[in-house]
Design a protein around this ligand. Structure first.
Ligand SMILES: *Cc1c(COP(=O)(O)O)cnc(C)c1O
Length: 366
């Protein structure tokens, strides 16, 4: 068996121990004599897993009891519309901070449901789709009439990340954490609602986790279609219809893996070490590797850089693959290289990669 060093931006690598456990339990899960995919979602085995995973999520995040954990489908993209659908409408307004591609995507959907303002728009030039920085607290121009403020904690495409939680002056704060959830300790109680598609740091695609504070949930609209209203998810414990059982099972294993590895404190230290190694390589390459994001806004999850020429970018991707380091190609609009070093990428993987980068630079002068 040969496992590669996997820098996929999403769906991303899953910790090896988790995959091994899933493999071992594939034919007989929990002494049921079948896999978790083959039991009723209304039965007691699945029910314990489902409810237990919500509790485990709360535990890892350090969320108090007044937060509800919901499991939705349709990815983070579905949350782009569910959030405004549940809180906006005729005459309602919301703030969307624009720091990248996905933040723009969220704002675009929200516009269907209300008036959207932007406390900051970091697009380098209107229409360019280019973003390199996170705004400073002082730069945020909040709309006093906004029902909530939405931002994207990590910009997966651009390789930028918020290193602070914005102070939104008492407004409900909502966050798309799809690409850096549980990568570091964070005061999750600052958020009225946050969500993440599982396929970057939490497991496979198919399930999206939404955590919502009770007082904010109470303000969601009633009378929405059951599959779109936050309140019906809570009322039915996210089991109005068949949940994505297998994805939730893997999510459970990943959350246990985080716990076993020392929780978010320890995971944060590991990711910090990884990013220091990778950016250290970039910064010490005398300009051979050029980071794409502003230094103070760099992401610990998506490390974006380019080589002296597009030809060398391509050769890097090819040679890396031959060395067992895969999915290093940058996002199509960005070019260059993107190393998505989510939680499942180990320090050892990163050390191997840095050595590869060192060797590549020596063998392929500009
Ligand atoms: C990947 C990603 C999304 C899109 O997620 P889907 O589950 O494919 O809808 C949204 N936001 C961010 C920040 C992402 O990284």
């Amino acid at each position: 068996m040969k496992r590669v060093i996997n820098y996929s931006a999403g769906p991303a690598g899953i910790p090896l121990e988790v995959l091994e456990q899933a493999r071992d339990e594939m034919l007989d899960w929990n002494n049921t004599g079948c896999s978790v995919m083959e039991v009723s979602h209304r039965g007691k085995d699945y029910d314990a897993l489902h409810m237990g995973t919500m509790d485990l999520f709360r535990e890892v995040a350090g969320l108090p009891a007044d937060y509800h954990v919901l499991f939705t489908t349709g990815g983070a993209s579905m949350q782009f519309l569910m959030l405004p659908m549940n809180y906006l409408g005729e005459g309602k307004e919301a703030d969307y901070i624009l720091t990248g591609n996905w933040a723009q995507g969220a704002a675009k959907e929200a516009k269907r449901y209300g008036k959207i303002s932007n406390p900051a728009n970091m697009e380098v030039e209107a229409g360019s789709g280019k973003f390199v920085a996170i705004p400073k607290q002082g730069e945020l121009k909040l709309n006093p009439n906004a029902e909530y403020v939405h931002y994207t904690s990590n910009n997966t495409v651009e390789g930028t990340q918020w290193h602070y939680i914005p102070d939104v002056k008492g407004k409900p704060l909502c966050c798309d954490m799809s690409s850096d959830i549980f990568s570091r300790p964070l005061d999750f109680t600052k958020f009225s609602l946050f969500y993440a598609g599982a396929q970057k740091n939490l497991g496979p695609s198919g399930v999206t986790v939404v955590a919502v504070k009770d007082e904010f949930l109470a303000k969601a609209h009633d009378g929405l279609p059951a599959m779109l209203g936050y309140k019906s998810y809570q009322d039915k414990f996210s089991m109005h219809n068949t949940p994505p059982c297998f994805s939730i099972y893997i999510l459970n294993l990943v959350l246990n893996w985080i716990k076993k590895n020392g929780g978010l404190e320890a995971i944060g230290k590991m990711n910090d070490k990884k990013q220091k190694l990778l950016y250290g390589m970039v910064d010490n390459s005398k300009g051979y590797y050029k980071g794409l994001a502003n230094t103070d806004s760099r992401s610990s999850m998506n490390i974006d850089f380019k080589l002296p020429t597009a030809e060398l970018d391509d050769k890097f991707v090819k040679d890396a693959k031959a060395a067992g380091i895969v999915q290093t190609k940058g996002y199509r609009s960005m070019g260059g290289i993107r190393l998505s070093a989510y939680n499942a990428v180990t320090i050892k993987d990163v050390e191997t990669t840095v050595q590869f980068m060192q060797d590549f630079m020596a063998k392929n002068p500009a």
